[in-house]
Ligand binder design. Structure first.
Ligand code: ZN
Length: 414
């Protein structure tokens, strides 16, 4: 019975993914909102539409192949067969399943990654990645991903063997610390893949320090990351808990934006800090982690799930596969709707904070420039926004920002 339920669920998940991708594919047919007409020139928009079509088509092909592979792995009980090649030790049994899962994902993904980064994005001027960097990135992602996943599953497995049901508490406490530590060492983690220099002395540095200082923060470091080695897309990060913050700028964003616009982007980030969004995020994440651990515990104790797929007894690696490929995927629309709604409200509030400091117009022009260079989709389907968008659409953000700019101007005139 479990066998058929899982297979049917995998098929439903695939159809859902396909439906989302087809909706995304069609967004170039929808009219551009009036307030975004100046983002792309006519030639650029045509170029964007072509790029969008090709990159979504690529995702559709990839999701079809992934579905077929996953379906075969489950339908022919390959996980258990592969794990039986290893000896019966807990660590080896888990290794067999996790290895098979990572190997399939890697072998399917690498070709698509290569085509996207090294061919398609290059053709459209979004990527400048050299083959050496591409290979190094792929290897680092694989090793880190595999190491973390395998380590975590083993930890949960041994805790369950040792403590039984009490493992819920221990694993939960461990995960709370783990997530906190990861968020604190983001700048260090980025050094695995990027070179990070200190921002040189000058107007930008002084104004960023002033902005943070005026709002009660201490700056630990302003780092610049060499993203230009890989692509032309820009980004900026603002990390750290409490008063102490680390700012990380991608060098691409420094090239694209004026000093005013860069300070505006960070006044938005300061807004997140002022509204305690990092702490709120941490609390919501904690609830999701607890739910995940409870579900894992239910799965671990559901013996027929393993025997139906060819295992003799519980395999913690297979628990992880069911959790990540089936349960999380089935729950993803609900998680997406709730999580993204909360996030979009926080984004509006952070924009409003930037406006209150007088950076509304500079923020709007920064967002427009970034939409252009990131080849953003200007008019996503409302259903995609509801399910997938952690930020409001560019059109909605600009409407909101300009309404605040107007209010501020009227206040001045009075
Ligand atoms: Zn934000």
């Amino acid at each position: 019975m479990n066998y058929y339920i899982v297979l049917i669920l995998i098929a439903i998940i695939f159809i859902y993914h396909l439906f989302i991708l087809i909706l995304r594919m069609n967004s170039s047919k929808r009219p551009i909102p009036d307030n975004l007409k100046d983002i792309y020139s006519e030639v650029e928009y045509e170029k964007w539409a072509k790029y969008h079509k090709k990159s979504v088509s690529l995702e559709i092909i990839e999701s079809i192949i992934k579905f077929i592979a996953l379906f075969i792995l489950f339908a022919f009980k390959v996980y258990a067969k592969f794990a039986s090649l290893f000896n019966g030790e807990l660590a080896n049994q888990v290794l067999g399943v996790v290895l098979l899962s990572f190997a399939t994902d890697f072998l399917i993904g690498i070709g698509f990654d290569y085509y996207k980064v090294m061919v398609l994005d290059k053709e459209y001027g979004l990527s400048v990645t050299k083959i050496g960097t591409f290979i190094a990135d792929e290897v680092k992602d694989l090793v880190i991903g595999f190491g973390l996943t395998y380590g975590l599953i083993l930890f949960i497995g041994y805790m369950h063997k040792l403590l039984g049901d009490w493992m819920i508490l221990v694993v939960f406490a461990f995960m709370l610390v783990f997530v906190l530590v990861i968020s604190l060492i983001v700048p260090t983690l980025m050094k695995i893949k990027y070179r990070c220099d200190d921002l040189e002395e000058g107007e930008l540095r002084t104004r960023l320090l002033d902005l943070l200082h005026d709002n009660g923060y201490e700056v630990r470091k302003i780092g610049v990351i060499n993203q230009s080695k890989r692509s032309t897309t820009g980004n900026a990060l603002f990390t750290g808990m409490g008063k102490f913050k680390t700012i990380i700028l991608f060098d691409t964003i420094i090239d694209q934006l004026s000093t005013d616009e860069l300070v505006a982007v960070f006044s938005h980030e300061v807004g997140h800090g002022k509204h305690k969004d990092t702490i709120k995020n941490y609390l919501t994440n904690s609830i999701s982690i607890l739910l995940l651990i409870l579900v894992s515990w239910l799965l671990i104790n559901y013996n027929s799930l393993y025997t139906d797929f060819g295992f003799e007894t519980v395999n913690y690696g297979f628990t992880f596969i069911i959790l990540s490929e089936v349960i999380l995927e089935i729950a993803s629309p609900i998680r997406g709707i709730i999580g993204n709604k909360i996030s979009r409200i926080a984004e509006y509030n952070a924009d409003n904070f930037a406006c209150s400091l007088g950076y509304g117009e500079a923020l709007a022009s920064a967002l427009k420039k970034l939409s252009n260079s990131n080849m953003a989709d200007l008019n996503p389907h409302p259903l995609i926004v509801l399910l997938k968008y952690s930020h409001p659409t560019m059109s909605d953000r600009l409407k909101n920002i300009y309404s605040h700019v107007l209010i501020k101007q009227e206040e001045k005139n009075d």
